[in-house]
Design a protein around this ligand. Structure first.
Ligand SMILES: [Zn+2]
Length: 165
């Protein structure tokens, strides 16, 4: 795995103190089980869990399934095995957070001195997000990882409104 930085204090002095299974679902709804390491930061003493690249916290499906749904243009048939209500919740979840994501990505870009001219004219929130993380597959995972690394990911489940979907 990549170097894990403590989201609280940015230290890289992390000690593995345990592990736990994390299940997720793929496009065809088949289940995969990953083992996630539990790490303790030796600087601030907080416990963190490794977040695999392909997952969004509290989401059952891997992030590529979710990004396909939230970015769909309604013309491409979806090849993801899940029910309508799950699709609806993903869209609602993303719509409720997309402006926050775009704002965080912009603020990080500014802090890194990477802010450049935004595309002119009105563009969708999704295009603003893609401006920072690119639109190649895996963009949702890139948002999640960036925000987690900057300790901007909202940690509590209730804050995401959508529950475990
Ligand atoms: Zn720390």
């Amino acid at each position: 795995m990549e170097q894990f930085l403590c989201p609280c204090c940015r230290s890289n002095r992390m000690k593995v103190v345990g592990s736990r299974p994390r299940k997720y679902l793929q496009e065809d709804a088949s289940q995969v089980i990953l083992i996630i390491r539990r790490l303790r930061c030796l600087e601030c003493n907080k416990i963190h869990h490794e977040l695999p690249d392909i997952l969004v916290p509290y989401k059952r499906y891997k992030s590529e399934c979710i990004e396909t749904v939230v970015a769909e243009d309604n013309n491409t048939p979806l090849a993801i095995a899940c029910d309508e209500s799950t699709l609806y919740r993903w869209k609602k979840w993303f719509n409720s957070l997309s402006r926050y994501f775009a704002g965080c990505l912009q603020s990080i870009a500014i802090q890194l001195g990477r802010e450049t001219e935004e595309a002119s004219g009105p563009i969708s929130v999704l295009h603003r997000i893609w401006f920072y993380v690119g639109e190649a597959p895996g963009w949702l995972a890139r948002i999640v990882h960036t925000l987690v690394n900057w300790n901007l990911w909202v940690q509590t489940r209730s804050a995401f409104l959508s529950g475990y979907a």
